[in-house]
Design a protein around this ligand. Sequence first.
Ligand SMILES: CCCCCCCCCCCCCC(=O)SCCNC(=O)CCNC(=O)[C@H](O)C(C)(C)COP(=O)(O)OP(=O)(O)OC[C@H]1O[C@@H](n2cnc3c(N)ncnc32)[C@H](O)[C@@H]1OP(=O)(O)O
Length: 176
Amino acid sequence: MRTTFVVPDDLDAPRRGDDVVAPGDTIPPHNPMCYGCGPRSPHGLHLSMIAGEGVTATGELLVEPRFEGGPGVIHGGILASVFDESMGLGLMLMGLTAVTVVLDIDYARPVPIGTRLRLDARVLGTRRRQVYAEATATVLGADRAAGEPVAGAHGLFVIVDPHAHFGPTRDLGQKE
Ligand SMILES: CCCCCCCCCCCCCC(=O)SCCNC(=O)CCNC(=O)[C@H](O)C(C)(C)COP(=O)(O)OP(=O)(O)OC[C@H]1O[C@@H](n2cnc3c(N)ncnc32)[C@H](O)[C@@H]1OP(=O)(O)O
């Protein structure tokens, strides 16, 4: 993957939260109406991620026709949303709330509609309130050389107090 995103080399190791789902279990959506993971979001991605060991998560995404950008391929903004959400869900394994402040995407190959992608997300480490994460997308069931990623992402998230952060906007949220 090629990127200009700089991951500091002095990060603290990520620590899994005490009261989070076990490896192999589905990470619950943080908001039922979330565009990325919410099961009740009418036009959302409905992304679901499975907890791995440590602070890692995996998922799958079928590139549906509604995700089209250029003729026959996924829209780059959709893929950015997929990465944002997959890293965000992985980060929840730390048992905290954090929001994205920087999202960096490497669109390495065009991704055709109908492709089934495997998503791998991993928290790299923390520095004070900052949390660094990365994710990759590889094509499932294809003969693409040795599972080379078709896209990758880095994210910088900042830990927030959810009540203070979402308090002023919570009433604007769509109700279930
Ligand atoms: C209830 C449950 C809800 C769950 C929700 C989500 C979970 C899952 C989500 C799922 C996925 C979807 C996710 C989504 O889509 S999240 C939606 C998109 N993101 C946002 O809306 C975030 C908007 N930004 C903010 O609200 C503020 O900037 C926050 C609150 C984040 C920080 O403002 P605050 O005034 O509080 O703090 P600070 O400014 O002192 O900064 C603090 C630290 O952060 C560092 N910093 C800040 N910005 C940058 C930057 N650009 N590059 C590098 N570093 C940056 C800064 O240097 C400092 O570092 P340090 O000096 O401490 O070292």
